[in-house]
Design a protein around this ligand. Sequence first.
Ligand SMILES: Cc1ncc(COP(=O)(O)O)c(C=O)c1O
Length: 450
Amino acid sequence: MIKTPLDGKIVRQKINEMKVKSVGLASIRELNRIVSNIEATTGQKFIRMEMGVPGLDPPEIAVQSEIEALKKGVGSKYPPFDGIPELKTEISRFVKLFMDISVNPEGCFPTVGAMQGCFLAMMVTSCFKKGKEKILFIDPGFPVNKKQARALGLQSEHFDIYNYRGERLRSKLESYLKKGDFAALMYSNPNNPSWIVFTETELKIIGELATKYDVVVMEDLAYFGMDFRKDYSQPGKPPFIPTVARYTGNYILIISSSKSFSLAGQRIGMTAISNTLFTSTGDNLLNYFDSNMFGRAYIFSGIYTLSSGVSHSAQFGLLALLKASNDGDFNFLEPVKEYARRAKVMKKLFLENGFKLVYDMDEDQPIADGFYFTISFPGFSGEELVEELLFYGISSISLAITGSDRLEGIRACVSWTDSSQFPVLEKRLQQFRTDHESGFRAREVYSTVK
Ligand SMILES: Cc1ncc(COP(=O)(O)O)c(C=O)c1O
């Protein structure tokens, strides 16, 4: 009788207790809860790859600046909806210095995480012009964005980019946009979950078609600058971070501070709306908002109604960090290179033990090592693999919940696994391989446990 690294009965019981239809298709937060429950009962630690949580400490500059601001009493005062003026200026400088894109400070503001940034972008773009209300997701993608679209009552369509890399993207994307009813399109770059990065050819196609069909590009830069194949860490010096903003004036840049700056807990991100879009008017805005000007509607109706701005002290934390990065006093990408080091080792361990990479190339270049990678194991769907790996103390999510067509795949996030856990991961993967080569299936063996 094969003994899995974690007690199979407990694993099954904890899965059952959560009452999800299929654990392999559970949401990230549900899986997170199941895994925590298994850990608490068995006393054994998982290799936790299900959730994209930064595994590093927040930078001291941000912590100190926030403490000082709180001591000065900002906690009792409402911040401006669209951010304190110094922060708006630093966001505009940040975009200029690291992306070589000029956005007026007026169109730059903090949001409650990129999460709110995405929500706001969908909320306002979908009310911008009559007859253009749908959202197109270039997938695979961050599952929560689809939940946001649904919560807003928006219709959306999506396609998996896997078979449409490079020039092939043009006709595929055009087949959607030419219908004329899309308000906006969204993707993340580098991509969550696959860690592909769009090439300049692809960004150019997206930009050109966005202009042609009057569609707003919501470019989610949640992993800002974290493609470590190139060094994007020097302010004002090339190479600059790739962006669609070089190819269209129809864009909203949504930047997270959670991963690049390890500030997830402070719930502060940034949005930069292109100067052209900010001052554009739309014939549908007044049906929902108080201004027919895009930028005004965004700030004075959108941000106002959602949260009336971002925590005052968090703005000071981010401000200090941006200023230090912009002035070249703090290399924000240096600490987070750790994720690439982890990915390199973890990918190797999986590949040595019979797994295969699913999304593996950016056109003709192997994908970078970074926050996520995607894998499969012969004979399993992603849904099955997520469940089977739980018995081996390894948690992940299925690509099926990310809009991917690669249903054999799962997403691994490296952020919570430090080098001290690599030997455990290796041992568990070796056992996984041996057990499964002999036809063992833990899911089946423990299927009747109540
Ligand atoms: C693609 C993508 N967009 C947005 C977010 C949310 O970022 P934030 O923590 O800034 O709200 C995440 C977080 O994982 C993400 O992966």
